[in-house]
Structures are given as structure tokens and as C-alpha cells.
Design a binder for this molecule. Structure first.
Ligand code: 6PG
Length: 253
């Protein structure tokens, strides 16, 4: 390994329970960030796995999170307009932002309707405005928390195995993935590993027996596992995984 602390992996009965545990974690982190810095910056992902999480955050956890101090960002976006059902922003808007009445001034979406190059350039510039100055003890921080998922090939955000974007180094925080290897196969704009490395906590949520094989590989310390995109994610604190039993090959408890 590269000296980073090993990720923690917590296993829950099902996706509902994993989502609830992650919602608890988000509430804790948000309260702490607001107490320390007066705001909470969260990056969201797309896909189907975070939907129950978004619903919990907008429902039972609505009053546990100081949403008026939250600022929303995205780990990645597909090159489609917000009204397209494939839009990561559109999903979050329906399931979380509208229900909680998020302040539009605090919603920083990636412009999926623009050309990917332009959208990536604009997002990189925007993120620079949110960078906290580096101190001698700590690297400059960008976001407080990123919610991530993992695809069947080990991709996360829109960082796909073998993609040049995966090799992006500082100062490139946002880049374009021209050929998404997984559906929807539209170009993508994604945060890079260096941007995620400046995030307080990267939290993965993963569920379902169909994710078992890839999760075994991503969490394995040998073979090609450590080279998979999801395994390469680092955050300022050790990465946390919220997994259900099926994704770890376990039957019902
Ligand atoms: C995207 C996502 C992507 C997602 C994984 C898992 O835009 O596609 O951000 O990285 O998190 O593909 O997706 P599922 O939750 O649908 O399995």
C-alpha cells in the first residue's frame, strides 16, 4: 500500500441499513463541519445505489443535517442536460435537493448540457474558489465529504479502469472521460483522484450480490485489485465503505 490507512469496511443487513448508517455519518460530519468551519461541502454521485440514501436524508434525517449550511457538488456528471433521466444532478434534484428546499446558490452542478471540455474547465475553476488555504501541517482541503459508488468494472465517479483520466495529477481536479466504458455510454466529467484526495472523507455505498465479485477485487490487497479506480481513492481521513451483506457474499443475517 502507499502508507494511507486501510479503508474501513462496515457491513449491514441490506441497502436500507447501509444507507441509514451512511446518513448517520453524513449528519455527524455535517454538524462537525458547520461547527468548525460554518459550512458543509458534500459531493454526490449518480447511479441507483444512492437513491435510498438521498430519500433518507430528505426524510427521516432532514432535521439532523444543517442543510441551510450545506453546499452541494458532484463527483461526476454525464454529458446530458439536467432534464435527462441520466443526469446525476437531475437525480439528486428530484430525490434530495427539491425535497429539502436546497438554496440554489449553494448548488454547484457540473454543466452536463455544455461540451464536456467546457464543463470540466468551468468546474475546475469553480472548485478553486472553494479551496481552503494549505497549512504546513495539512494539505489544502476542498470538500468535506464525497458519496461514491462502485461500478461492476471497479470504476468510481467517472474514473474507469485504463482511462487516462485516472492518471491525472495535481493540479488537474476535474477532467473529461470521452468514452465511458459502462452505460450510459455518454462522455463524462469527473473529479480526479487528486481532487478526491483533498476531501475530508470519501464514503462508498455498495449493495447487491452483483457487486460481490468487484468488491472482493477492490478490497483485495493483491493482484490487480489495488490498481482498480475505486481502490485508488484516498481522502484526508481513511476511506469508509458502507456495504450490504449481499455485496460481501453473505446471506441474510
Ligand atoms: C455515475 C456514477 C458512478 C456510480 C457507479 C455505481 O455517474 O455513473 O457516479 O460512478 O456511482 O457506476 O452505480 P450504481 O449505483 O448504479 O451501481
Amino acid at each position: 500500500m502507499d502508507g494511507a490507512l486501510a479503508p474501513s469496511v462496515r457491513v449491514y443487513a441490506d441497502l436500507a441499513a447501509a444507507s441509514e448508517a451512511l446518513a448517520e455519518r453524513i449528519a455527524e460530519e455535517a454538524v462537525r463541519a458547520v461547527a468548525e468551519r460554518g459550512r458543509f461541502r458534500i459531493a454526490l454521485s449518480g447511479g441507483s445505489t444512492p437513491v435510498p440514501l438521498f430519500r433518507l436524508l430528505a426524510g427521516r434525517f432532514r432535521h439532523r443535517v444543517p442543510w441551510e449550511r450545506a453546499e452541494f457538488f458532484w463527483a461526476d456528471e454525464r454529458a446530458v442536460p439536467p432534464s435527462d433521466p441520466r443526469s446525476n444532478f437531475g437525480l439528486a434534484e428530484r430525490e434530495l435537493l427539491d425535497p429539502i428546499g436546497a438554496d440554489p446558490a449553494h448548488v454547484h452542478r457540473i454543466r452536463g448540457e455544455w461540451t464536456p471540455d467546457r464543463a470540466a474547465g468551468e468546474y475546475a475553476q469553480l472548485l478553486r474558489q472553494f479551496e481552503s488555504p494549505a497549512s504546513p501541517e495539512a494539505p489544502a482541503t476542498l470538500l468535506d465529504l464525497a458519496v461514491l459508488g462502485v461500478g461492476p468494472d471497479g470504476h468510481t465517479a467517472s474514473l474507469f479502469p485504463g482511462s487516462a483520466l485516472l492518471e491525472a495529477a495535481e493540479p488537474l481536479w476535474v477532467g473529461v472521460e470521452p468514452h465511458s466504458a459502462q452505460p450510459p455510454t455518454v462522455p463524462r466529467v469527473s473529479l480526479t483522484l487528486p481532487a478526491l484526495a483533498r476531501t475530508g472523507l470519501a464514503a462508498f455505498v455498495v449493495a447487491g450480490a452483483e457487486k460481490r465479485a468487484i468488491l472482493d477485487r477492490v478490497l483485495s490487497k493483491s493482484g490487480e485489485g489495488p490498481a482498480l479506480p475505486a481502490a485508488r481513492v484516498r481522502s484526508l481521513r481513511p476511506v469508509e465503505w458502507f456495504a450490504d451483506r449481499a455485496s460481501r457474499g453473505l446471506g441474510p443475517a
